[in-house]
Design a protein around this ligand. Structure first.
Ligand SMILES: [Zn+2]
Length: 46
């Protein structure tokens, strides 16, 4: 199952343990790159 980033629409990567590389805000996902780029703003962007 591949979730997509709500901001850039790229697929969210997962680690070998199945943990997402990024963050989940409510039901939306944000990739690690966007999280780094936008930091706290991601909460307003998703
Ligand atoms: Zn993204």
């Amino acid at each position: 199952m591949a979730e997509k980033c709500s901001i850039c629409n790229n697929k969210i990567k997962t680690t070998f343990l199945g943990k997402i590389v990024g963050t989940k805000i409510g039901k939306k996902y944000v990739c690690n790159e966007c999280q780094k780029k936008y930091k706290d703003k991601v909460k307003e962007m998703v």
